[in-house]
Design a protein around this ligand. Structure first.
Ligand SMILES: N[C@@H](CCC(=O)N[C@@H](CS)C(=O)NCC(=O)O)C(=O)O
Length: 329
């Protein structure tokens, strides 16, 4: 009995100590000149291979031809909660990637990072930001539309950016099959937003065949919101323009490249573009894939992701109820 109590107090002591070492709190978006992060290069990026916001920043840096040192940070879907480690929380106490570091100062939030990098990058940056006040406003609207601002789990913002996490649930559910339970436990103990690891635990426990109804509802809302935003893109592209804001590639296209890539990697393209739906947007997506920045920043997929994608496709083939839940006819 005494031994059990001793172990229990030991564990509680460890938890209290460890929690104190991993403080989390919100951060103001934008550049923080008052914070100094150890660095080797002018530009450094803390990012994750599959994260939507990291992809957007990688595409932007590639378009701007800005060389940077990359620090890969694992998230639970790719392997472990490295974003909750003591080391990473010193870089971003808000526990998310990406973080852009310029001369040792962090810039938080990917929609701020792409604007900041473009503003620092001379002529190439000016072209991504737009030429006239109207053009800049139009670009800013799409940058906002493709961003995840505030709480990613809130359904208040009906944008493409906010629909994307819900549409990512199927692939993350399949990826979690390859992640051991104890790693998810680390998130439940230390995450700054416990709803996220709890949702991941539910996804892992139930699997793609039996997703809990509240999670199915998130997917259904996301599907509806994304459909409407893709319709808006289709309308803008209807006049035959090459890029979403005209004939010059801009930050608005950077945002859309990341969103359309996400739909592709979660096997949604058939649902949103099949049977001749939204042909202009589909052609636009093909043009985006031809840009060198796509090759540099997005073309590689991890082994876990590829295995999970196969699992997802197979589940949709063999289980009509999974297909109907994800892609209702
Ligand atoms: N608004 C933020 C969103 C960042 C965000 O939520 N990043 C996700 C990956 S796309 C993340 O780091 N999630 C880690 C977690 O929740 O544990 C931005 O645009 O940078």
């Amino acid at each position: 009995m005494y031994i059990l109590l001793l172990i229990l107090f030991g564990l509680l002591g460890w938890y209290a100590y460890e929690k104190k070492q991993r403080p989390t709190h919100a951060v103001e978006p934008g550049l923080h000149e008052e914070i100094e992060i150890p660095h080797d290069q002018e530009w450094e990026v803390y990012q994750n291979q599959i994260s939507l916001c990291s992809k957007k920043l990688r595409v932007c840096m590639a378009e701007l031809d800005l060389p940077y040192q990359s620090h890969h940070v694992d998230l639970i879907e790719t392997r472990s909660y490295e974003n909750l480690s003591r080391e990473f929380l010193k870089i971003n106490p808000a526990f998310t990637v990406p973080v852009l570091i310029h001369n040792g100062h962090p810039v938080y939030e990917s929609h701020e990072q792409i604007v900041y990098a473009a503003e620092q990058a001379g002529q190439k940056g000016r072209s991504l930001l737009g030429s006239t006040p109207e053009h800049r406003d139009q670009i800013a609207r799409w940058v906002d539309e493709t961003a995840i601002k505030g709480d990613p789990l809130s359904s208040d913002r009906k944008t493409a950016g906010h629909a994307a996490p819900g549409l990512t649930i199927p692939i993350f559910t399949c990826m979690l099959n390859y992640i051991p339970w104890w790693r998810i436990g680390e998130g439940i103990l230390f995450h700054g937003d416990r709803r996220r690891p709890l949702a991941f635990a539910a996804m892992k426990a139930r699997g793609i065949h039996k997703l809990p109804p509240p999670i199915q509802a998130i997917i259904a809302h996301a599907r509806k919101d994304m459909s409407l935003r893709l319709d808006a893109a289709e309308q803008d592209l209807d006049d035959g323009r090459t890029w979403i804001c005209g004939d010059v590639f801009t930050l608005a296209d950077v945002g859309w490249m990341a969103i359309l890539e996400r739909l592709d990697e979660v096997d949604w393209t058939g649902f949103f573009f099949g049977q001749g739906q939204r042909p202009k947007t589909l052609a636009y997506w093909k043009r985006l894939q031809e840009r060198p920045s796509y090759q540099t920043a997005l073309s590689q997929r991890s082994a876990v992701h590829l295995r999970a994608l196969e699992d997802l496709k197979k589940a949709k083939q063999i289980a009509p109820e999974v297909r109907e839940m994800l892609e209702p006819s």
